[in-house]
Design a protein around this ligand. Structure first.
Ligand SMILES: [Zn+2]
Length: 138
C-alpha cells in the first residue's frame, strides 16, 4: 500500500459534485487526508471517504407527514341551506361587506364573506373556490 501524503491522489466524496471522485490531498491529518482538492471541480474541502448520511430523506418524511390533518369542511350544499333565508347583498367594488355577509356576484354567484381585511379586501367563499375581492372602493 502506498502512503498517502500531500499531493497523493485519493478517492473522496466531493461536497460540490456530490460524488465520490478522485481528489488530490492538500493537507494531512496524521496518516489521513484532511483537506482535499477535487480533480473534477477543483474545489477544496475537508476529506470525506463516503457520501454523508443524507439528512434530506428525513426532512422529506417530515414534510409528507404534515398536511394530512385537514379541517373537515362543511359541504357547500349545507352552507347554502343555511344561507337560504339570510339576506344577500349584491356585490360591487364600492360596496361594504362584513364577515358572515352573503353576497351575490355577477360572475361567481352566491358567496359567503369569510373575512374582511382593512381597508378594502374581502375573502369570499364561492361554490367552486375562495376568492379575494375588493370592496369599499372609490
Ligand atoms: Zn468536485
Amino acid at each position: 500500500m502506498s502512503k498517502i501524503a500531500a499531493g497523493s491522489e485519493v478517492e473522496a466524496y466531493c461536497t460540490k459534485c456530490k460524488l465520490v471522485l478522485a481528489h488530490t490531498v492538500v493537507t494531512m491529518d496524521g496518516t489521513k487526508p484532511k483537506r482535499v482538492q477535487c480533480n473534477t471541480c477543483e474545489g477544496v474541502h475537508n476529506y470525506r471517504a463516503k457520501k454523508p448520511a443524507s439528512k434530506t430523506t428525513a426532512a422529506k418524511k417530515e414534510k409528507t407527514a404534515k398536511g394530512t390533518s385537514r379541517k373537515s369542511r362543511q359541504s357547500w350544499d349545507e352552507v347554502m341551506k343555511q344561507a337560504a333565508d339570510k339576506p344577500h347583498k349584491q356585490y360591487s367594488m364600492s360596496g361594504s361587506f362584513n364577515e358572515g355577509d352573503w353576497i351575490e356576484h355577477a360572475t361567481f354567484g352566491l358567496g359567503c364573506v369569510q373575512s374582511f381585511t382593512a381597508p378594502n379586501k374581502i375573502t369570499v367563499r364561492f361554490a367552486d373556490s375562495t376568492r379575494m375581492l375588493v370592496c369599499n372602493y372609490g
